[in-house]
Design a protein around this ligand. Structure first.
Ligand SMILES: [Zn+2]
Ligand SMILES: [Zn+2]
Length: 144
């Protein structure tokens, strides 16, 4: 087996600690209204992983979750309220927020749900109207 890197992360207060091993399946920015409303921020930096890449090493019982839709199980620390993961069962992937994985060399490659953007980002990366076809979207891109 090839040598796989392990990255350590935690919630805002440290009660929840975890590792991610290997490489993310995708990294980018989500501009969707759900991410914005939940995070209270204009854009969400995501890193998507196979679920088995994630290992919660401390505070697993301190994680609360909420489903607004079956597509996203949003998870946070019960102590500090800090967001940590979102499960996407339809995609078979888990989003470990880039902000809680400081050791990872975050290299965004795409912007998704850009049609909902309130913060245009002219960085030259592809701007997906919704999400790529392989993630169940239209695969259409749009201007920055
Ligand atoms: Zn916490
Ligand atoms: Zn989103």
């Amino acid at each position: 087996m090839s040598e796989e890197k392990t990255y350590t992360g935690s919630c805002f207060c440290g009660a929840v600690q975890f590792t991610a091993t290997g490489a993310p399946a995708a990294m980018g920015y989500c501009h969707c209204q759900s991410c914005r409303q939940w995070s209270a921020g204009p854009v969400n930096a995501f890193t998507l992983w196979a679920p088995e890449a994630l290992d919660v090493i401390r505070g697993a019982d301190n994680i609360e979750s909420y489903n607004k839709t079956p597509a996203s199980t949003r998870k946070w620390c019960k102590t500090c309220g800090g967001h940590v993961f979102t499960d996407h069962p339809d995609m078979g992937l888990v989003d470990i927020y880039a902000a809680v994985l400081p050791e990872l060399d975050y290299r965004p490659e795409v912007h998704v749900h850009y049609q909902e953007s309130v913060l245009p980002i002219k960085d030259g990366l592809p701007k997906m109207k919704d999400v790529p076809k392989e993630m169940g979207g239209s695969g259409e891109t749009m201007a920055e």
